[in-house]
Design a protein around this ligand. Structure first.
Ligand code: ADP
Ligand code: MG
Length: 427
């Protein structure tokens, strides 16, 4: 049994209630659901707010270093309002788990502050932090039934009676649709069922903050897509503030109210998913978000044209944005490139040779190599209408280009979102 595993259970309901000075929610009625206990009303009949400000979780300049050399997380600041689902996304090793573990109290930050419901939790034991964490590998007790697994934390850390625990477990099981599994042990359950039980174990504790660390990574693609939707629904239903960690940009784009993109321990952008897509703050976000990735071309800014492996005219609206920046990188989404049967004379249409076409249902990806330059990918509606080794023209509409300062990586220009619908229009 891992350390984090045992910590996961040692959480007290009593602490949270004490710390808020509220009347504890009634847990003894036997009919109170998990969701209902969360919505216990105060005198005014309004849902109980856990913090004065509506900010449920706040990380301020959080840094974690291991020894001298290794910085896992650097100056990370982000705050979540009550009930928000934030997806923390980034490649493997970028510091996602370390961040969650610091929130849960399984690691202490080297510097910075973490506040839950307005109170700093630095130095508090994990069990005193009102968080519940769900892990990729479920971390269920193998010899216990689902009922025992879900109820374990309540039995160990609260003064609830056996009947009260049983009622809580059953209502959590109902919420997660695992009632018929309550007497089964993990080895007889599918991965999806085990993950539901692990979720049950977390929600039964009615946490202030729900922490999910790549909870769907061990599931096959179909189940993953279904659980993605279910977790979103569950999160909304419970209204519980949630940090959801994933390396999968599809999960990030589809699940979160906001996405925090992390690279090398540093936050690159925190924004609603579509903002990260349409207005990526820098080259990292631009290339991490979106599938296939944004194409990029590193160029020199000549007066009349961007020059590099290929030439591209400096026209409106690019001229103003690029003014004074010597090394620029052009970014263009695959769906914004159109494939012409042959190169025409327009300077914004670049000659290229098709390497491979990939039909993917309602659209096709065309991978082509620009004459004298790098490979790019275009996404076109329907079948591509071109074949391997065809000579084509790739039209990069000036009003669909992003520009980045190559040296800093920062974005200096984004296309107007209004013009996006024109991407699939007539060419
Ligand atoms: P992620 O969850 O995004 O894949 P982690 O938070 O697990 O990344 O790790 C971030 C970085 O910190 C990695 O480079 C990892 O090797 C390092 N790291 C994590 N835990 C430790 C540790 N206990 N000791 C030393 N380095 C660690
Ligand atoms: Mg991790």
């Amino acid at each position: 049994m891992t350390d984090e595993h045992t910590h996961d259970f040692r959480h007290t309901h009593e602490h949270r209630r004490d710390s808020h000075g509220d009347t504890p929610p009634t847990r003894s009625s036997g009919v109170a659901t998990v969701a209902a206990s969360r919505r216990v009303a105060t005198d005014g009949g309004q849902p109980r707010r856990r913090s004065e400000t509506g900010v449920a979780l706040e990380l301020t300049d959080v840094t974690k270093t291991y020894g001298e050399a290794a910085t896992a997380v650097e100056n990370l600041s982000v705050s979540l309002r009550e009930g928000e689902l934030l997806v923390l996304v980034g490649p493997s090793g970028c510091g996602k788990s370390t961040t969650l573990r610091m929130i849960a109290g399984l690691e202490e930050p080297t510097s910075g502050d973490i506040r839950i419901d307005g109170e700093s939790v630095l130095g508090l034991e994990p069990e005193a932090r009102n968080t519940a964490m769900v892990f990729q590998n479920y971390a269920l007790y193998p010899h216990m039934t689902a009922r025992q697994n879900i109820g374990f934390g309540l039995r160990m850390t609260t003064s609830l009676s056996d009947e009260e625990v049983a009622a809580e477990v059953e209502s959590a099981a109902e919420t997660l649709d695992v009632t018929e599994l309550l007497d089964a042990t993990p080895d007889s359950m599918s991965g999806g069922q085990q993950q539901r039980v692990a979720l049950g174990r977390a929600i039964v504790r009615d946490p202030s903050v729900f922490l999910l660390d790549e909870p769907l990574s061990n599931l096959d693609a179909t189940l993953r897509a279904r659980m993605r939707t279910e977790i979103q629904q569950l999160q909304r239903e419970l209204g519980v503030t949630t940090v959801y960690v994933t390396h999968d940009q599809t999960e990030a784009m589809t699940m979160g109210d906001r996405v925090a993109v992390l690279s090398d321990g540093e936050i690159q952008q925190v924004a609603p998913p579509m903002n990260c897509y349409h207005e990526p703050a820098n080259l990292f976000v631009a290339q991490f978000v979106g599938e296939p990735s944004m194409n990029t071309l590193a160029m020199r800014n000549g007066r009349d044209s961007f020059t590099g492996p290929v030439d591209y005219p400096v026209v409106d609206p690019l001229a103003d944005a690029a003014h004074g920046v010597d090394r620029v990188t052009i970014g263009v989404r695959p769906e914004d490139i159109s494939v012409e049967p042959e190169a025409d004379d327009a300077e914004t249409t670049l000659p290229a040779r098709v390497d491979v076409t990939e039909p993917v249902g309602e659209r096709s990806f065309v991978h082509a190599t620009l004459d004298g330059g790098p490979s790019v990918t275009a996404a076109v509606e329907g079948s591509a209408g071109v074949r391997e080794r065809d000579q084509v023209g790739l039209r990069l509409p000036p009003d669909r280009l992003h520009l980045f300062d190559t040296d800093s990586g920062e974005a200096i220009h984004h296309p107007d979102r209004e013009s996006a619908t024109a991407a699939f229009g007539p060419v």
